[in-house]
Design a protein around this ligand. Structure first.
Ligand code: ATP
Ligand code: MG
Length: 564
């Protein structure tokens, strides 16, 4: 049995909550979710989990899902990120409800709510410095202590808060804090900051503001204003939920959203921290956010992953309350399975070794009929030229073959896929270096496209490309970006020391069959015996560049088989 697929998938705990809410008629049975990225980086495979969950749940229950930019921190946010987020969500196959929404569009409302909290004696302006506030906060074992400004008159806080907004004070000189309980066992409830001063230009509101709301204060308000019924977020916000509820209760918002936490996705050999991904880009350790080694949606897309394979992956990992680490082999398995169904086959030789078929007519070229995809009869056939001079992989020849090597060797006969059986008669070497430059072979014309009439067998079938029509191209082979399963978890070493120096190999001078000459960017093909590949945007007319998405070897299937 295939352990990775089940027919009747039981509902995860979030869907169970939604089903129960609909049964009791909560929110009139309505389901409205949101995906709320902060536009301070590109989305990654972890975000894909949150996207599939939020948009998926909305689809399944006939509800809606908003795409909301959580842009409350002007210094790190940028329109470039906003655009990439929209593109990536759409590419994954999801359509948000209405226009893209921005937390910044609620700044005026958030400010008005903050004044209301001050008036209710539920918030105050604190003049302590950030360090002093930290010192007053206490610890997990000790309660915090009140700020000397905690009980300043309401009018004074109101006046100071208005002057904060008017730009009278420098960054960091004051904050607006909620007045809750400095002795609360939950540190998030010890008078958390609501507003800070930041004289910074915002990508959307420009210079209109110099006070900006804190995420924990802004988020429940955004959810309430949008009528979000189920505010799904990752586990690290569990301890923040009491404050989320405090904001909703204290402001007594018309609509009461509910926060529900789930475990974030972790994948081995991969980092998911936006800060570190940004560092990889900024320090030139990768070629950009869409470097095919990056776990970003843009990187996976350029690498050749399909949206279907990523959605399939997210479905298989499921949604739970407990953190775990998913094997990156599962992600690779998902794309392999998808591409096996869809990717047309082609032949490409990465490290060419010339083969001359001595008994094949000099000027003859035959066009072999070749099936495009054995998994998809509708994909049809194509013509692949065969000529006297061909290329095979250097790896597929050994002058002195070890025991289990069945491919080409002196005197050895093999099959050329979709063509003929050939025998190696002679090895031509460079007089100076001794390197093998070409193989002189003969072919058996009676074996065209099939077996030998006399029934003799060969033990290997090789891919090849005819020199007559070969296209020169570049192929980029990728390995994991990190060489250890957990690249973040070492106290002594910087995470960057775990980068895999062999994560990219650029192979130039590859020989490709002519059908590969000018495929559109993003086209996906299987190179027979080598893996799945995708046309890179660096391609130029007549000089294609291919990225290897994955090899054909499915380590996940092996793991799954062993576990059964
Ligand atoms: P940060 O807040 O540190 O900048 P983040 O990864 O939380 O980084 P957000 O833009 O806030 O980034 O994330 C948007 C949404 O995606 C949030 O609801 C968050 O919970 C969710 N998310 C982020 N990372 C993961 C992950 N690894 N697995 C599942 N969901 C995630
Ligand atoms: Mg976040």
């Amino acid at each position: 049995m295939d352990s990775t697929t089940t027919d009747a998938t039981p509902l995860d705990f979030i869907r169970e909550i939604i089903v129960a809410d609909r049964e009791t008629g909560k929110h009139g049975g309505r389901v409205h979710t949101r995906f709320p990225p902060e536009p301070n980086g590109y989305l990654h495979i972890g975000h894909a989990k949150a996207i599939c969950l939020n948009f998926g749940v909305a689809q399944e229950f006939g509800g809606r899902c908003n795409l909301r930019m959580d842009d409350t921190n002007p210094t790190r946010e940028d329109i470039e990120y906003v655009e990439s987020i929209e593109k990536d969500v759409a590419w994954l196959g999801f359509r948000w409800h209405g226009e893209v929404l921005y937390a910044a569009d609620y700044f005026e409302q958030m400010y008005a709510y903050a004044e209301r909290l001050i008036t209710m004696d539920k918030a105050y302006v604190d003049d302590l410095t950030a360090d002093e506030i930290r010192a007053h906060r206490g610890s997990l074992t000790e309660p915090g202590t009140d700020s000397p400004y905690r009980n300043r008159p309401i009018e004074e806080s109101l006046d100071l808060f208005r002057r904060m907004r008017a730009g009278e004070f420098p960054d960091g000189s004051r904050v607006l804090r909620a007045k809750i309980d400095m002795a609360s066992p939950n540190i998030n409830m010890r008078d958390p900051a609501l507003y800070r001063i930041r004289h910074a230009r915002h990508h959307r509101t420009g210079d209109a503001w110099c006070v900006y709301p804190m995420y924990d204060y802004a988020h429940p308000i955004e959810d309430a204003l949008e009528g979000i019924t189920h505010s799904l977020c990752t586990l690290e916000f569990e301890d923040h939920r009491p404050f989320y509820d405090w904001v909703i209760d204290t402001l007594d918002t018309e609509f009461r959203p509910q926060q529900i936490e789930f475990a974030r996705l972790n994948v081995n050999y991969t980092l998911m921290s936006k800060r570190k991904l940004l560092q990889l880009v900024a320090e030139g350790l990768v070629s950009g956010w869409d470097d095919p080694r990056m776990p970003t949606i843009g990187g996976l897309r350029r690498r050749g992953f399909t949206p279907e394979s990523i959605r399939d992956f997210c479905e298989r990992i499921g949604v739970a309350k407990k953190e775990n680490v998913v094997d990156v082999a599962l992600l690779e398995h998902c794309v392999r399975e998808d591409l096996n169904r869809r990717a047309p086959r082609a032949m490409a030789v990465l490290r060419p070794l010339e083969v001359v078929i001595e008994n094949y007519p000099e000027d003859q070229v035959e066009h072999m009929d070749v099936v495009n995809n054995p998994e998809d009869p509708a994909a049809g056939t194509r013509k692949v030229p065969f000529s006297r001079v061909l290329y095979v992989e250097q790896d597929d020849f050994r002058e002195d073959p070890p025991k289990k090597f069945f491919r080409l060797a002196p005197g050895r006969e093999v099959r050329l896929r979709n063509a003929y059986m050939i025998s190696c008669r002679e090895v031509v070497k460079d007089a100076l270096t001794g390197a093998v430059v070409r193989l002189l072979c003969t072919y058996d014309p009676a074996t065209r496209g099939g077996d030998a009439p006399d029934g003799r067998k060969v033990k290997a079938t090789l891919h090849w490309v005819a020199a007559s029509d070969a296209v020169d191209g570049e192929v980029r082979l990728y390995d994991r970006l990190f060489s250890v399963a957990d690249p973040s978890d070492d106290k002594e070493k910087d995470w960057r020391t775990f980068l895999n120096p062999q994560s990219l190999e650029q192979v130039q001078g590859c020989k490709l069959e002519p059908s590969l000459a000018s495929l559109p960017e993003g086209s996906r093909v299987q190179f027979e015996r080598l893996g799945y590949f995708c046309v890179d945007p660096d391609s130029t007319p007549g000089a294609p560049v291919f990225n290897r998405t994955v090899t054909l070897k499915d380590s996940w299937a092996r793991i799954a088989a062993r576990e059964n």
